[in-house]
Design a protein around this ligand. Structure first.
Ligand code: CAA
Ligand code: NAI
Length: 246
């Protein structure tokens, strides 16, 4: 098992990619905190995974709210006694063309996707430094690497995630903490299901593998970066996108 007895906090783990990661990490022996603001799905998934014999616990959190994040970290320490891995996976979209994007939708996306990642990382890092080891994995996107029509706010936020990843790699490497990012391509979750069908088809046609990613494709990349197999991978942005726009 690749993560035996490691404690992982996965934000946005009640659905989609985060949920696939929670399952994958559990299969590899991790104890997982499902951290999400969707209380209904979170509680249901905790029940389902526990029935399978996995050690998981749902904690409701709004990553954009610092007090809520501080409570998440405190409860995790109380429950599992340590934190080894943080996956900053929670994220949202509010798509619109530049000329139609409201200031509220611009700042809401930045608040969740940038401040949320900052909040969780800043709150977890003192524990990782004390232990002298830890893994932080941030979720960027192909939109943050290449830009995307209708995603001024989201592309800005996911480019910011890359900037924070590289900065934290430089700050935290000497403390024994690995920091990397995954930049998924278009992946089969509720986030993509909201897109107009013709645009989903257009996106598939520019992917070399000619299909959307599946949540487990991304979860496997998180697993690699969370495991000891990637101990010399640092400050890296791993694109998992089926070969989009190479
Ligand atoms: N490439 C090029 N041109 C595009 C385009 C694209 N991908 N999408 C739209 N356009 C063009 C349209 O053809 C149209 O052109 P004309 O003005 O010449 O007719 C113009 O842009 C306006 O398009 P719409 O009529 O669709 O405008 P709208 O205001 O009704 O909707 C939108 C705009 C909300 C952005 C809608 O097009 C949309 O939802 N697009 C999908 C955006 C997207 O890709 N989101 C990704 C979500 S998944 C995700 O975010 C995960 C991840 O990390 C990748
Ligand atoms: P999803 O919409 O299926 O799941 C996102 C989860 O995050 C939900 O459970 C939601 O409740 C939670 N969440 C949202 N805001 C939150 C907040 N403020 N606090 C706590 N939890 C919150 O999305 P998906 O597709 O699983 O996306 C996961 C991550 O992957 C996101 O960061 C997304 O931007 C990124 N991504 C997704 C891609 C895709 O094509 N699906 C492509 C590239 C990146």
């Amino acid at each position: 098992m690749k993560l035996k007895d490691k404690v992982a906090i996965i934000t946005g783990a009640a659905n989609g990619i985060g949920l696939a990661a929670a399952e994958r990490f559990s299969q590899e022996g991790a104890k997982v905190i499902l951290a999400d603001y969707d209380a209904e799905a979170g509680a249901a998934k905790e029940k389902e995974l526990t029935k399978l014999g996995y050690e998981v616990s749902f904690i409701q959190v709004d990553v954009a709210n610092r007090q809520s994040v501080d409570a998440l970290i405190e409860q995790t320490i109380n429950h599992f006694g340590q934190i080894d891995i943080l996956i900053n996976n929670a994220g949202i979209t509010r798509d619109a063309m530049l000329t139609k994007m409201t200031p509220e939708d611009f700042s809401t996306v930045l608040h969740v996707n940038i401040t949320g990642v900052f909040n969780c990382t800043q709150a977890v890092v003192p524990h990782l430094v004390k232990q002298g080891h830890g893994k932080i994995i941030n979720t960027s996107s192909v939109s943050g690497v290449y830009g995307n029509v209708g995603q001024t706010n989201y592309a800005a936020s996911k480019a910011a995630v890359i900037g924070m990843t590289k900065t934290w790699a430089k700050e935290l490497g000497r403390k024994g903490i690995n920091v990397n990012a995954v930049a998924p391509g278009f992946t089969n979750t509720a986030m993509v299901a909201k897109m107009p069908e013709n645009i989903i088809n257009q996106m598939k046609s520019v992917v070399s593998l000619q299909r959307l990613g599946e949540p487990t494709d991304i979860a496997n990349a998180y697993l690699f970066l969370a495991s000891e197999e990637s101990s010399y991978v640092h400050g890296h942005v791993l694109q998992v996108d089926g070969g989009i726009m190479m």
